[in-house]
Design a protein around this ligand. Structure first.
Ligand code: S3P
Ligand code: PEP
Length: 431
C-alpha cells in the first residue's frame, strides 16, 4: 500500500497502542510460566510472531478480545518446535526465542523475512555455545537462518553490549529456568540499556529475580515464572507515542491530547523531553497518563540516542522542521534495525529537500523552518521510517507519498487511522 499525506494540522484526542517491548516479554514470560492472562497486549505483526513461537514451544496463545491474551504456558520446559520458527520482521522475537529454543532437548530452526535475515545474531549464538548448546548460522555469517540445539546448562558468558541489548534480555529470560543460572559479563559498553530495565521489570512482575552486577547482569537458575494473580497488564508504548507527540509539536495550533502515556521503564519516554527542549508546548500528567502537546517554533538540539535508538527517525523529522542543526549522536546501533535507519532517514528526508550530514555514529539534520517539499519517498519496509516520514508529510509543501506503508502493522496497527482521527488528510492506494 502507498499512502499520500496532504498538509494537515492535528487536533483532538488519540490513544497510544500498548508497548511492543512489554508485550513480547509478557507473552514469552507467560509461556515460561504455566500460563497467564495478558491485558492491554499489543497484537501486531511482531508480537504475533512471538505468540506463534510460544505455540511451537507447546504453549497456547489465545486472543480473547481485542487486547486480552489468554496464554497457556510450557512451564519452563519448551518443546522442540515441530516446525521452523518464523520470526518474520521481529528482532526481539528472534533473539528471545533463540535463547528459549536453547533450553529444549533437540534442535530448532529459526528464520525471518529478508530484513531480519540481515541482522546480527552472532554474539548470541556464541553465548549459547559457551553455555553448552550448539548454535550456528546456516550461512556462517552470524545471520539467520539459525540452527539451535539445546539444552544449555547455564553459568557464565561474556557478550558485547553495543550490538543489541536483546541478547541480554534473551539470556536473562531463559537463564531463570536453567539449573545453574546465567551470569552475563559485558565486553563493551551497553547500548539500549533501558530495554534491559524493561526486562527486569517484567521478570519481577512474573516473580523472577534478575539483577545488575559490577560488570553486567545475573539471574539465578531454578526459578519459576508466576505472575501475581496470574495476570499482567502492558503499559502504553512511548516509541509509538513519539509519532503523535511529534505530529502535535509540528502541526497542532489547537493542541493534541495523547492518552495511554503512563510512566514505565521505557527509555523512549525521553521523547517528551526532546519535543519540549525543541520548543513545543508539552504538559504530561503522569497520574492520568495524558500528554497535551501543541506546536511551537522548533529549534534544533543535540540528542544522544544511545539509550533510545527507536527515537532516531522521529527526532530526524522533528529536526527537519526545526530551525538550525539537530545533532543526533551515539547512533551506530541504529544501523542494525529493520533497515539502516541512519542512512534511510538521510536518504528519504533528502528527497523532501532536507540537508543532512551522515557519519558512522551520528546524523545531523540541517533544519530550516522554511517548507519541506512534498515528494514520493520509500518506507524502506520499516515501520518507524514510514511513520517518521508521514510526520514530514503534515508540513511539506504539496503531497507526500510513502511507498510500502502497510509495514506500520509491525508496531502500530491503525497508525494511519489514528492520524485520520486527528484530522490528517490522507489517501491509500494498493501498490
Ligand atoms: O528489547 C526490546 O524490546 C528492544 C530493544 C532495542 O533493540 P536493541 O537492543 O537491539 O538496540 C529496540 O531498538 C527494539 O525496538 C526493541
Ligand atoms: C528495532 C525494532 O524492533 P525489533 O528489534 O524487535 O525488530 C523496532 O521496533 O524499532
Amino acid at each position: 500500500m502507498n499512502v499520500t499525506i496532504s498538509p494537515s494540522s492535528v487536533r483532538g484526542t488519540v490513544r497510544a497502542p500498548p508497548s511492543k517491548s512489554y508485550t513480547h516479554r509478557a507473552i514469552l514470560a507467560a509461556g515460561y510460566a504455566d500460563g497467564a492472562t495478558v491485558q492491554n497486549a499489543l497484537w501486531s505483526a511482531d508480537t504475533r510472531a512471538t505468540a506463534a513461537a510460544v505455540d511451537l514451544f507447546g504453549g497456547e496463545v489465545e486472543r480473547l478480545e481485542d487486547a486480552t491474551l489468554e496464554i497457556e504456558g510450557f512451564d519452563g520446559r519448551p518443546d522442540v518446535p515441530a516446525d521452523i520458527v518464523n520470526c518474520e520482521n521481529s528482532g526481539t522475537t528472534m533473539r528471545l526465542v533463540t535463547a528459549a529454543a536453547a533450553l529444549a532437548d533437540g534442535t530448532a530452526v529459526l528464520t525471518g523475512d529478508e530484513s531480519l535475515r540481515s541482522r546480527p545474531q552472532g554474539p548470541l549464538l556464541e553465548a549459547i555455545a559457551d553455555l553448552g548448546g550448539e548454535a550456528y548460522s546456516t550461512r556462517r555469517n552470524g545471520q539467520a537462518p539459525l540452527v539451535v540445539t539445546g539444552p544449555i546448562a547455564g553459568t557464565g558468558v561474556s557478550i558485547p553490549g553495543d550490538v543489541s541489548s536483546q541478547y541480554i534480555t534473551a539470556l536473562l529470560m531463559a537463564g531463570a529456568v536453567t539449573d545453574e543460572g546465567i551470569e552475563i559479563g559485558l565486553e563493551t559498553e551497553l547500548k539500549s540499556a533501558p530495554y534491559v530495565d524493561i526486562t527486569l521489570e517484567v521478570l519481577e512482575a512474573f516473580g523472577v529475580e534478575a539483577r545488575h552486577t559490577d560488570d553486567g547482569f545475573a539471574v539465578d537458575g531454578g526459578q519459576s515464572y508466576s505472575p501475581e494473580g496470574r495476570e499482567y497488564a502492558v503499559p502504553g508504548d512511548f516509541s509509538s507515542i513519539s509519532y503523535p507527540l511529534a505530529a502535535g509539536a509540528i502541526a497542532s495550533d489547537e493542541g493534541l491530547r495523547i492518552e495511554g502515556a503512563q510512566p514505565s521503564a521505557q527509555g523512549d519516554t525521553a521523547i517528551v523531553d526532546v519535543v519540549e527542549r525543541m520548543g513545543a508546548g508539552v504538559d504530561w500528567d503522569r497520574e492520568t497518563g495524558t500528554i497535551e502537546v501543541s506546536a511551537g517554533s522548533l529549534e534544533g538540539i543535540e540528542v544522544s540516542v544511545e539509550d533510545t535508538p527507536d527515537l532516531l527517525p522521529t527526532i530526524a523529522t522533528l529536526g527537519a522542521v526545526a530551525d538550525g542543526d539537530t545533532y543526533i549522536r551515539n547512533a551506530e546501533h541504529v544501523r542494525y534495525k529493520e533497515t539502516d535507519r541512519v542512512n534511510a532517514m538521510a536518504e528519504e528526508l533528502g528527497k523532501l529537500g532536507v540537508e543532512t550530514t551522515e557519519e558512522q555514529d551520528s546524523l545531523t539534520i540541517h533544519g530550516s523552518d522554511s517548507m519541506l517539499e512534498g515528494a514520493t519517498v520509500d518506507g524502506c519496509d520499516d515501520h518507524r521510517i514510514i511513520m517518521a516520514l508521514a510526520l514530514a508529510g503534515l508540513v511539506a509543501d504539496g503531497e507526500t507519498t510513502i511507498r510500502g506503508a502497510d509495514h506500520v502493522d509491525v508496531s502500530f496497527p491503525g497508525f494511519f487511522e489514528t492520524l485520520e482521527g486527528a484530522g490528517v488528510g490522507l489517501e491509500r492506494e494498493e501498490a
